[in-house]
Design a protein around this ligand. Structure first.
Ligand code: GCV
Length: 710
């Protein structure tokens, strides 16, 4: 019996390791990662294995040094491509770009252009814990960390076995070093040049010598692909692992500790990028604990990093439990510190003032600190967008944000707007784990891809990126009529997905109506006695007999006043406030007539009717996404097709749950009937109120679990 089990286990390992060409495990790439290790060799090997045509010429050209790092030019004359750059990494980017052009059917016979990145640092944040779990991760366990350093096998010299470090014990299907190389390659192919492998809720342990030695191994794998390593650090590290009795940034011993620690890191990783810090937020320690400001904390670290060229990415995600408007707090704490941060500090700001909601106003901090470097943080992992069960293509959300930042905030967060600034960056919280599809499902890879492409060129459109990604990932090497049709259907699905989610979850500017803790599914009725008020959906919806929405206008919390004057005026008046942010900024009576757009329909109707129509439209769109996908049957890898089809079924059932849960609950306040052209609810409010999924913040609920509770 035992023997049989062993044979079975070996067979299943072999099976898992054998993947068909387009099952998504290769992401958007062709061929496999070259076994060579220098940047130039990699570029040549990639071209050798995939370029069809006259051999491309790679030329280092120092005269291109004036362009941002990584810039390259491509000239193709009579079919022979010449790629030039001031750096080897630029040549690697150029090679991937050339291959992308070929694989997406673009002009590769006669062309000439220069590509330069919109942001200098294009960085993924991984919320991976050292025990291998991933906070808000829905794609398995960490590719960087295993269960515990204590459980690692060691050699006679006490060094941790590389396989054990880099690969969780319980998922042996893909060799871990290869997985990290594939990760590095995937990032380089879309221009991502940096990563933070540990959670911003950081363990001080990551700075112990034992862990730093392991980080060095990762850095060595990443380097040839132009990927710089950064670490998220715990501000109290000098106390927890340094034996000091304070972490006060003005204390000499604390400063000495950080200086020595930084030296140790650079000895191991000479091109180390710097630190990412979550301080005085959600229970994390920080300078405020010692009566110091964020600037004093950040500058202390920045001074230690400066001699080595390192930087500090200091997060502005702060809010206290007692403030009457969470949306205002980052601005209130950070804006007065403008001009006090050293020039190797950059403030990392989430796109919106609350927390990665399906739609938010942009964070008013952008553009409000002209003497401070600022960068945006997006979330690729779908904490608030149905985890890996829902199909949500996020480029439309990010391009909407970029447009607002450029046109309204006039914020110099990228080179195009402020060439004098050398420190420009953009980040996103990754959805990568050790699942075979990397991101929990194949469609979720499109958001990793879209982040990279937008970080490189923030003028690309969501549609163009969807087109590229789908061709490369779902339809490589195919160019027939059936493919063209299927591609159109996939793009249609992708491009409608974000707005569909807004509509079936939280339309018209509603926000944070999620279930407690894990944030999957609706819980506008959530009631946890004694809980932080700003973690409760009722704090945000403010539903009452009169109406719905958070009054952030000048008659309320005056969050509108934090925006540039002209825009503040537009937001402040419910008649001019964009309808899709109406309930974000205003408490609107149920019967008030509003003008809004729902799908293709522009309507004037009461808030209640408008709300009902948006929820209905969201559900209809989820069904339409199912139909878009079903039309692709036979044109997409069968396993990928079946997996996404199953997820779209879950998504549609969830959309129904959201519609019923929110509308039935808000109806207890409005007392109004659903409009005649609406479908009736299929759930009972009391039963929905009783749903508790009981999942952790590290997992996506299974279909079976969801079916068993509703
Ligand atoms: C890493 C939200 C998430 C937390 C996350 C935090 C942050 O609160 O729910 O899981 O913590 O944002 O961005 O720091």
């Amino acid at each position: 019996m035992k023997k049989h089990l062993t044979i079975l286990a070996v067979l299943s390992l072999l099976f898992v390791g054998t993947v068909s060409a387009h099952d998504g495990s290769q992401l958007w790439l062709q061929g496999s990662a070259p076994s060579v290790t220098s940047t130039l060799e990699i570029a040549n090997a990639e071209l050798n294995q995939s370029w069809k045509g006259a051999a491309p010429v790679l030329k280092l050209n120092k005269s291109m040094k004036a362009l941002p790092d990584g810039s390259f030019s491509i000239t193709i004359q009579a079919g022979t491509p010449v790629i030039q750059s001031a750096s080897e990494v630029g040549l690697l980017y150029g090679s991937y770009h050339l291959l992308r052009l070929q694989q997406t059917g673009a002009n590769v016979t006669d062309t000439a252009f220069v590509e330069r990145p919109s942001y200098n640092i294009r960085i993924l944040n991984h919320w991976d814990n050292l025990n291998g779990t991933i906070e808000r991760g829905y794609a398995g366990r960490s590719i960087f960390w295993r269960n515990s350093a204590d459980q690692m096998r060691r050699n006679a010299d006490g060094e941790v076995n590389e396989e054990d470090l880099l690969h969780p014990k319980d998922a042996p299907e893909i060799p871990s070093v290869d997985r990290l190389r594939d990760y590095a390659r995937a990032n380089a192919s879309i221009g991502i040049n940096a990563y933070v492998p540990d959670n911003v809720n950081a363990s001080p342990k990551v700075l112990t010598t034992e862990y730093l030695l392991e980080v060095k191994k990762m850095a060595d794998i990443m380097r040839p692909y132009g990927m710089k390593t950064y670490l998220a650090i715990n501000f109290a590290s000098p106390m927890v692992i340094g034996g000091l009795d304070t972490a006060d940034p003005l204390d000499k011993n604390v400063q000495k500790w950080w200086t020595a620690k930084v030296k140790e890191i650079y000895k191991l990783i000479p091109d180390f990028g710097g630190f990412l810090v979550k301080a005085n937020s959600e229970g994390q320690p920080g300078p405020n604990d010692f009566g110091r400001t964020h600037a004093e904390g950040a500058n202390m670290l920045a001074k230690a990093l400066k001699p080595f060229g390192g930087i500090v990415m200091w997060r502005a995600f702060v809010y206290s439990p007692s403030d009457p408007d969470r949306a205002k707090q980052a601005y209130l704490e950070f804006q007065p510190l403008d001009g006090q941060f050293l020039d190797n500090v950059i403030i990392q700001i989430k796109n919106g003032p609350i927390d990665f909601q399906p739609r938010e106003a942009y964070s008013a901090l952008f553009g409000a600190m002209p003497k401070t470097r600022e960068m945006a943080e997006w979330q690729i992992t779908q904490e608030y967008l149905g985890h890996s069960n829902h199909i949500a293509y996020l480029a439309p959300m990010w391009t909407e944000f970029i447009q607002q930042i450029k046109e309204i905030a006039h914020c110099p967060i990228n080179n195009a707007l402020s060439p004098a600034r050398s420190l420009t960056a953009i980040s996103a919280v990754s959805n990568v784990g050790n699942s075979p599809s990397w991101c929990g499902n194949v469609m979720a890879q499109s958001n990793w891809y879209a982040f990279g492409r937008l970080a490189w060129n923030d003028e690309l459109s969501a549609c163009q990126i969807a087109d590229e990604w789908a061709r490369l990932t779902l339809f490589p090497d195919r160019d027939d009529a059936a493919t063209t049709k299927a591609l159109a259907n996939v793009k249609c699905l992708m491009l409608r997905s974000r707005e569909a989610i807004v509509d079936y979850m939280m339309p018209l500017g509603l926000h944070h109506q999620f279930a407690w803790g894990h944030h999957y599914g609706p819980e506008p009725y959530c009631d946890i006695p004694g809980a932080r008020p700003d973690w409760m959906p009722s704090y945000y919806a403010k539903a009452d007999a009169e109406g719905l929405g958070f009054n952030r206008s000048s008659t309320g919390s005056n969050a509108t006043g934090q925006y540039p004057t002209d825009y503040a005026k537009v937001l402040d008046n419910p008649e001019t406030c964009p309808y899709d942010l109406l309930l974000w900024f205003h408490h609107v009576p149920w019967g008030k007539t509003i003008q809004h757009r729902c799908g293709d329909r522009v309507a004037r109707e009461s808030l209640w009717n408008a709300l009902c129509h948006h929820y209905q439209h969201g559900l209809d769109e989820a069904r339409a996404m199912q139909r878009d996908w079903d039309r692709c049957q036979g044109q997409i890898d069968a396993d990928v097709f079946a997996d996404i089809q199953r997820r779209l079924r879950i998504q549609t059932r969830d959309a129904q749950w959201w519609k019923d849960g929110c509308l039935l609950y808000f109806q207890t306040f409005s007392g109004l009937p659903f409009p005649d052209d609406m479908e009736s609810a299929v759930h009972d409010l009391d039963k929905l109120r009783a749903i508790k999924l009981g999942i952790t913040n590290y997992e996506c609920p299974s279909e079976e679990l969801l079916d068993s509770v509703r």
